[in-house]
Design a protein around this ligand. Structure first.
Ligand SMILES: Nc1ncnc2c1ncn2[C@@H]1O[C@H](COP(=O)(O)OP(=O)(O)OP(=O)(O)O)[C@@H](O)[C@H]1O
Length: 345
């Protein structure tokens, strides 16, 4: 099954190519003060870090939950920077065995911040090891097999775990409970994205007007990663055209990249038109929908749906996914049952 959705799609909120990772690195805010939006989470994190500093201990473990591209990695980096501690980055898929995690944990220096991205994708055996490590800064290493197996306890340096997940619901309770603080990152408001783009434009040396900023922000799916990426495309367009990033340039550039006024991309449109045309507006189950659009169910659930639900085009019901009235209206499709019986929407 070939995916309908590539990580480099212009409005894909998922992690991008090497070139984009370098581009993102240059734009990352370095402190909580520079981090735009998520006011509540910023306040809560600041308090947690200040309290730890006063007590001269490692800050509590932190879980960051939310859709991709909202700033989880950036916040983990900020936690390390603000507390002046080294940072180790790894991810759930890289931890396939308990031994992979033991190697990371046993090499941490005192106070280090360990960031595990996509923590819900870590191996089960490693999860169990992590419980003890988080609670007691200790792990048990099993040596040998069967009746002769023994466990050797190993003390760890105290560390702060920052876990990131797009699927908080998939984390087992014992793991979730061991985080001292869970932050739920929300999609950003347009005004917040305007500030993200304004800051990025300054760093990139792009001259951009107020209307153009709002236009990019309102097509960025509430996601800073997408806002920065659209700005990059607009900058390229302005460069080639030999002018500033005006509203007309933004509109032309985003039209070229097929980003509509709501910021919907190919996969969003594929999901919506499948529900509308193939399933007459739903309800349709997630796995059926995934097969119909040729995409992983997880991508649909964690990347596509949260935004479609947020902007009111789709609703999730116990019987399946259903297009809302606004969904029908946005795509200008007429419900087959209404067409048959001549009802108005
Ligand atoms: N609040 C913010 N203010 C300014 N820029 C931000 C903010 N949040 C994210 N960004 C920018 O958006 C980009 C993506 O952020 P980041 O990598 O932290 O997202 P993420 O949630 O970790 O995504 P993923 O789950 O895919 O790893 C970065 O370039 C970062 O600079």
């Amino acid at each position: 099954m070939s995916p309908a959705f590539e990580p480099d799609d212009v409005v894909s909120p998922v992690a991008a190519s090497e070139a984009e990772i370098a581009f993102e690195g240059a734009l990352r805010p370095r402190s909580l003060a520079e981090f735009v939006g998520q006011k509540k989470v910023r306040g809560q994190l600041q308090l947690l870090l200040d309290a730890a500093a006063i007590q001269q201990r490692t800050p509590d473990h932190i879980l960051l939950a939310g859709p991709p591209g909202l700033g989880k990695t950036t916040l983990a980096m900020i936690v390390a920077q603000e507390t002046d501690r080294p940072l180790r980055l790894t991810s759930g898929p890289a931890i396939q065995h308990a031994g992979d995690l033991a190697a990371v944990l046993s090499s941490l220096v005192p106070g280090e911040v360990l960031f595990i991205d996509e923590i819900h994708r870590m191996a089960r055996s490693a999860e169990e090891m992590l419980y003890l490590a988080m609670e007691d800064f200790r792990i048990d290493i099993m040596v040998g097999k069967g009746a002769g197996a023994t466990s050797i306890p190993l003390d760890l340096a105290p560390f702060t775990l920052v876990g990131a997940t797009t699927r908080a619901g998939l984390l087992p309770n014992p793991l979730r409970d061991r985080f001292g603080f869970t932050a739920h990152l929300e999609f950003y408001e347009t005004e917040e994205l305007v500030r993200v783009i304004e800051r990025a434009a300054q760093l990139l040396g792009v001259t951009i007007g107020a209307e153009a900023l709002v236009e990019i922000a309102s097509r960025s799916r509430g996601t800073p990663r997408i806002a920065n990426r659209l700005l990059r495309r607009v900058r390229d367009y302005a460069l080639v055209e030999g002018g500033d990033a005006t509203l007309a340039v933004v509109q032309a550039a985003l039209h070229l990249y097929d980003v509509d006024e709501l910021g919907l991309d190919r996969l969003d449109r594929a999901v919506m038109t499948t529900i509308l045309q193939r399933f007459d507006g739903g309800p349709v189950g997630l796995s059926t929908l995934a097969v119909s659009v040729g995409e992983e169910a997880e991508t649909i659930e964690s990347v596509v749906e949260p935004f479609l639900v947020r902007i009111g085009l789709l609703s999730r019901t116990p019987r399946g996914r259903v297009a809302t009235k606004a969904g029908w209206a946005h795509f200008g499709v007429v419900r087959q049952s209404d067409a048959l019986f001549g009802d108005d929407l």
